[in-house]
Design a protein around this ligand. Sequence first.
Ligand code: FDM
Ligand code: MG
Length: 211
Amino acid sequence: GSSNSSGRGALVVLEGLDRSGKSSQCARLLSFLQGKGHRAEGWRFPDRGTSVGQMISAYLANESQLDDRTIHLLFSANRWEKRGLMESKLLSGTTLVVDRYSYSGVAFSAAKGLDIEWCKAPEVGLLAPDLVIYLDVQPEKAAERGGYGGERYERIEFQQKVAEHYHSLRDPTWKVVDGSLPMETVEDQLRELATDCIQECNGKPLTNLAW
Ligand code: FDM
Ligand code: MG
C-alpha cells in the first residue's frame, strides 16, 4: 500500500554538473520509490517535448544561436509551462523526482557572466522543492566519465564555473551527496533522503520558490 496516499507528493530535485550521475540516480530512485508503493514520476528540465523545449534543444545542439538572456528566459519559461501540471500532480499525491530545476537555470547562466540576481528573478513563484540533492563530483572527474555528449556547455572550463555558482547557491537545506562514491552507495543515500522527505512533507503545504 502507498504510504503517501492521503497526503501530497514531494518535489524532489537532483542537481549537479553534467556527468555527475544525476540521470542514472533519478531512474534508480524512481524505481525504488515505485517499488515501495509510492506514486512517483520522473521529470527532467529542460523538458524537450514542448515547443519551448525544442528551441532549447536546438540551442544546446548548436543548431541555433540565441542571446544569453533570451535562452535563460526560455529555460525558465519551460519550467513555468509545467508549473500547473507539477502542482496538480503533487497535490494529488504523486511524488516528482526531477532531474535539474531552477538551480541549473541560475548556475549555468551565471557561469556565462549574467548577473545572478537577474538570473534568479524569473524563477520566483515556481514551486519550491521539498528536497534538493546536489550530486557533488569534481569537474575533472565528471569529464573523465565516458566523455561529454558534445552539447553546448559540455566543456570542463565551463563546468568549473558552473560548479562555483552551484556552490554559491547552496543553502543549508541542500543535501550534498558525494557523487564520486560507488553508485550503490549514492543510491542508498538518495533512498533514505527521499523516503524521509516524502514522510515529512505529508501535511506541509506546497510553497513557492522565493530564494
Ligand atoms: N541547463 C538546464 C541550463 O542551462 N538551464 C536550465 O534551466 C536547465 C534546466 O542545459 F548543460 C543546461 C544544463 C545542461 C543542459 O541539460 C542540458 P541535460 O540535463 O543534459 O538535458
Ligand atoms: Mg547534458
